[in-house]
Write a protein that binds this ligand. Structure first.
Ligand SMILES: Nc1ncnc2c1ncn2[C@@H]1O[C@H](COP(=O)(O)OP(=O)(O)OP(=O)(O)O)[C@@H](O)[C@H]1O
Ligand SMILES: [Mg+2]
Length: 240
């Protein structure tokens, strides 16, 4: 099936007993676009990433990747099909060099030429010059870029990032934002970006979805979301 959407989440619900962490969530992402996900603490942003990656079982609904229903697949199979995420505290092996780690991750993904794949990723993220460094000697901002590199091996179609700017300086955040934008155009990666830094989210997103208490309360282009009365009341009023 051909579709303009790399991701379609339909009527997604995750309930923990009586707690509706997500309820009736609709979310789409077009190829090569960045969608920002914002909302107050506990709104369900991380849970929606877990639902899409297959880390959490859906109570209801389904997830489509490139038009194909992947709801029944496990997290590893979804990653193989191009659905990737980065974690807050990583899969980084601190004693290994940058190049070795990325190559190993690529090898684990089953890439035929994991060396070439690793080099392309390192080049794209300006990490090539740090190839021979041991991860634990990297600065925090560089470690976060290594996280991103590990999520990019195997050329995923969809990259989901949970607060990638947390703990970064303003300059590091802007560098990372610039890399994300370059990735969407050069590698045609689509990005789902959960982030509390409103300057970054409104600056680089093609579309924004706002969560509150497990539900989508607004969705659209940045300008319309920014001026939405309910969003301002629920969230932006205090955050922006
Ligand atoms: N394993 C669990 N059991 C019960 N409730 C859970 C579980 N995991 C998450 N929740 C609840 O689901 C809701 C959504 O949490 P989630 O972590 O997705 O929010 P969030 O939007 O990512 O918040 P933050 O901005 O603080 O990261 C919260 O009410 C949380 O308490
Ligand atoms: Mg979260």
């Amino acid at each position: 099936m051909t579709t303009a959407y790399v991701l379609q989440a339909e009527d997604v619900a995750i309930h923990y007993g009586g707690v509706k962490a997500l309820d009736g969530v609709e979310l789409t992402l077009k190829k090569g676009q960045i969608r920002g996900l914002i909302g107050p603490n506990g709104a369900g942003k991380s849970t929606v990433i877990d639902a899409i990656t297959g880390r959490r079982r859906l109570t209801r609904g389904r997830v489509l990747l490139d038009g194909e229903d992947v709801s029944a697949l496990g997290a590893v199979e979804r990653r193989q099909r191009g659905l990737s995420r980065s974690f807050q505290r990583t899969s980084i092996f601190s004693g290994m060099t940058v190049r070795r780690q990325v190559e190993l991750a690529s090898h684990q993904m089953g890439m035929a030429d994991s060396g070439a794949d690793a080099d392309a990723v390192l080049e794209e993220l300006d990490l090539a010059r740090l190839s021979c460094m041991v991860a634990e000697d990297l600065g925090y901002g560089e470690q976060r870029r290594l996280d991103l590199a590990l999520a990019l091996v195997g050329r995923p179609k969809l990259l989901m990032l949970d607060e990638p700017m947390a703990g970064l300086s303003v300059k590091e955040s802007h560098d990372l934002a610039r890399h994300l934008q370059a990735l969407t155009s050069r590698w045609e990666v689509s990005v789902l970006l959960v982030e509390h830094d409103m300057d970054v989210v409104f600056g680089i997103s093609d579309a924004i979805t706002v969560f509150e208490l497990g539900r989508v309360i607004a969705s659209g282009d940045p300008a319309s979301v920014r001026s939405d009365a309910r969003v301002r009341e629920a969230y932006l009023g205090s955050a922006a």
